[in-house]
Design a protein around this ligand. Structure first.
Ligand SMILES: Nc1ncnc2c1ncn2[C@@H]1O[C@H](COP(=O)(O)OP(=O)(O)OP(=O)(O)O)[C@@H](O)[C@H]1O
Ligand SMILES: [Mg+2]
Length: 257
């Protein structure tokens, strides 16, 4: 098996007096989809924001390609090839697809925006992901469906030679057919060799696309399991109780009896 692309060791994060993440260990392998699951408030988005450099961590280590790295801001994450797709705030409605994909990182030639180059790169990226539902890359994002928007947001994330893509509930607001498109795309990202982390509350989606499932319970990593070796029921138990049979966090009272 190849070396992890990203590894978290003992990550802690508090917001003021609230200790949100406790000693989180997580490995992200290239070519794999790792689902990150947990109840509302378990700390999933916070963990993703720590990896993306949006929140500083209080302690712990991050390794990228086996090397310790410091991610002090979104720029550092982007430089490493870590991109995040957020459920909201993903795209600017009043801009077209090309403008969105290059927002803040526009390509220029002789001091002018290189529209042809950006348009070609946008088309190429969408084609490499086998995206066929978007008719023109000059379509304004406000006229796209939810699924198409999410597709553009994901394509935007992979445009930058990304190595790791983190998706925070990309299918939460989507219908059946659009969810299908996005899940296919998530699988394709992994097939292209990226390390993919997918946050989802939907067990069917998780079992369909994930190779491994990381279960957060009240800010602790209850278990990281292979999706082939567990049932939906076990994962639901890990999410709601932090343990399921032999898996998960040992009951504190068990140690004292
Ligand atoms: N910026 C912040 N300031 C203070 N507390 C925060 C902040 N962001 C998150 N929290 C707290 O951290 C905990 C974890 O929140 P987080 O958003 O990571 O959960 P989540 O697992 O993504 O939940 P959901 O499934 O509802 O999206 C919550 O108790 C939340 O109130
Ligand atoms: Mg969240």
């Amino acid at each position: 098996m190849s070396e992890p692309i990203l590894e978290l060791r003992g990550i802690n994060k508090s917001f003021g007096p609230v200790h949100v993440l406790h000693d989180i260990d997580l490995v992200v392998n290239p070519g794999e989809v790792t689902a990150l699951v947990g109840d509302n408030g378990a700390g999933k988005s916070t963990l993703v924001k720590c990896i993306a450099g949006i929140h500083p961590t209080d302690s712990g280590e991050v390794l990228f390609n086996g090397q310790p790295v410091q991610i002090r801001g979104p720029r550092d994450a982007a430089d490493l090839g870590i991109e995040v797709v957020y459920q909201d705030l993903a795209l600017a409605d009043n801009l077209d697809i090309v403008q969105n994909m290059f927002l803040g990182r526009e390509r220029t030639k002789a001091g002018l925006l290189d529209e042809t180059d950006m348009e070609q790169a946008a088309r190429k990226t969408l084609a490499s992901l086998s995206v066929r539902t978007v008719k023109s890359v000059r379509t304004q994002v406000s006229s796209l469906s939810g699924g198409q928007r999410q597709t553009v947001a994901i394509a935007k994330a992979v445009l930058w030679n990304s190595k790791v893509v983190l998706l925070d509930e990309p299918t939460a607001a989507l219908g059946v057919a659009q969810t299908r498109q996005v899940l296919d795309l998530v699988r394709r990202l992994a097939e292209q060799g990226l390390g993919v982390v997918l946050i989802s509350h939907n067990m069917n989606d998780v079992f369909e696309v994930a190779d491994r499932i990381a279960c957060l319970y009240l800010g602790r990593m209850a278990a990281v399991v292979s999706s082939k070796e567990v049932t939906h029921g076990q994962v639901v138990e890990l999410i709601t109780a932090g343990r399921s049979g032999d898996l998960g966090i040992a009951r504190p009272e068990a140690a004292t009896i």
